[in-house]
Design a protein around this ligand. Structure first.
Ligand code: FES
Ligand code: FES
Length: 151
């Protein structure tokens, strides 16, 4: 068995240690907020936090996640997360929504490290999150909006 701590709860999984964390989250634990996009660390749809760091769960083996704090979109909370979620709603960022869990996880990671990011900081932190609906300008505006609430 492999024990994973996800959203503050320990889950014992009967799974191969080489299984991608994304598979465990979605297929075994049925937390479907984290999305499968490319499977090769190119799109960011599968982004979760591991010890607070945005991480591509499609390229993380569950054996490497043991002993770490994993947070998915279902469990993200706190001042930064609240500000990001509120700004995402106020600015109506979402179009189809498929990429947005990953976008939000990356945005929370950025604002947790850099509460007042400039456009360059935002572009570099968000460059690994692809949006096929091209919501990039609203994402950037929402990050600035969330940042203004974190003064
Ligand atoms: S599904 Fe993991 S980066 Fe695309
Ligand atoms: S909102 Fe559709 S892929 Fe980003």
């Amino acid at each position: 068995m492999i024990d994973l701590k996800i959203n503050g709860q320990t889950h014992s999984l009967d799974a191969d240690g080489e299984m991608p964390l994304l598979w465990a989250i979605r297929d075994i634990l049925n937390m479907t907020g984290t999305k499968f996009g490319c499977g090769i660390a190119q799109c960011g749809a599968c982004t979760v936090h591991i010890d607070g760091q945005p991480t591509r769960s499609c390229q993380t083996q569950i054996s490497d996640a043991v002993g770490h704090d994993i947070t998915t979109i279902e469990g993200v909370q706190g001042k930064v997360a609240d500000a990001v979620k509120a700004s995402w709603q106020t600015l109506d960022v979402v179009q189809c929504g498929y990429c947005q869990s990953g976008q939000i996880m990356s945005a929370i990671g950025l604002l947790s490290q850099t509460p007042k990011p400039n456009d360059g900081d935002i572009d570099s932190a968000m460059s690994g999150n692809v949006c096929r609906c091209a919501t990039y300008s609203r994402i950037r505006a929402a990050i600035h909006d969330a940042s203004s609430k974190l003064a």
